[in-house]
Design a protein around this ligand. Structure first.
Ligand SMILES: [Zn+2]
Length: 278
């Protein structure tokens, strides 16, 4: 905050990009075909193809997410995203660990870190756990020790088998209280019924951020009325391929908030969180 260099020239960072290894479950593929036919690919993207897509829309860095949610979407392994991103330092892989299938979550995170993963994505409503369960705490300790952000999927989702109760961000309050130094990202900002809870957490906790993937940015001020005040806490992510990255950026640029807020949202905050330099 107050870093002039950062404010005048921030790159655009997309904090929420999906790739797939094996086809997702049929209901996910059908959803993708419907929401963004332009970006839908029946074959997995290659690294250079994703980079070209990011070049075309002016995105400098992208966070590429592993996903370990066999009951809801499918599996994209930590090794797969690490290898996918190893060809370019513009792509940052995030690991995904499922408490209900992992025999050793801490060991898995260490291994993912060694492979190059620089963040952890958890999907409570796809993996079926509450973020404040005690069995999760050693994993958060390890993430804090490695100094990598933990991103929680929050908010409702339409996919089959999702259990919405776990997507309520209120359970992340305990995590933020017990791990004040842990960087926490609330993916989708509590979308649907929990924007207020998510916004409250970002206001109260120094290291809790709101990430806006999957939300139409033109409606952002409806969801987060104090957007300008929270500008240091908001992070752009598209949810590609479930969203059109260029259109999302256009809508953020058109919001009636300050240019400085737009730059922070589009990349300045993520740059700090990911400890990247330009
Ligand atoms: Zn997503």
């Amino acid at each position: 905050m107050g870093d002039m260099a950062l404010e005048t020239s921030s790159p655009i960072i997309d904090f929420h990009i999906h790739v797939f290894q094996e086809p997702w479950h049929p209901w996910v593929m059908e959803f993708l075909r419907k929401v963004n036919p332009k970006a839908y690919a029946s074959k997995p993207l290659k690294t250079h193809e994703l980079l070209r897509i990011l070049d075309d829309v002016g995105v400098e860095y992208g966070v590429v997410l592993a996903e370990n949610a066999p009951a809801v979407t499918g599996i994209v392994s930590n090794r797969y995203v690490a290898e996918f991103c190893s060809e370019s330092d513009r792509l940052i892989p995030f690991a995904s660990i499922n408490p209900n299938t992992s025999p050793d979550m801490v060991g898995e995170l260490e291994e993912a870190y060694e492979l190059g993963c620089r963040g952890l994505k958890l999907l409570p409503s796809y993996m079926f756990f509450y973020p404040n369960e005690s069995r999760m705490y050693r994993l958060y300790e390890k993430a804090e020790e490695l100094d990598i952000p933990v991103m929680f999927h929050t908010g409702t989702s339409v996919f089959k088998n999702v259990r919405q109760k776990y997507a309520d961000p209120i359970y992340i309050d305990d995590v933020a209280v017990d791990f004040p130094d842990l960087k926490i990202v609330l993916s989708h900002s509590g979308r649907g019924m929990w924007y207020q809870t998510a916004t409250m957490l970002a206001r109260i906790h120094e290291n809790v951020y709101l990430e806006i993937a999957g939300l139409p940015p033109k409606k952002l001020l409806e969801y987060i009325p104090n957007l300008e005040e929270l500008a240091d806490k908001i992070i752009f992510g598209s949810d590609f391929p479930a969203a059109d990255i260029a259109e999302n950026i256009r809508q953020i640029r058109a919001l009636p908030v300050s240019n400085s807020a737009k730059r922070k949202i589009l990349g300045g905050n993520a740059l700090r969180l990911l400890a990247l330099s330009t």
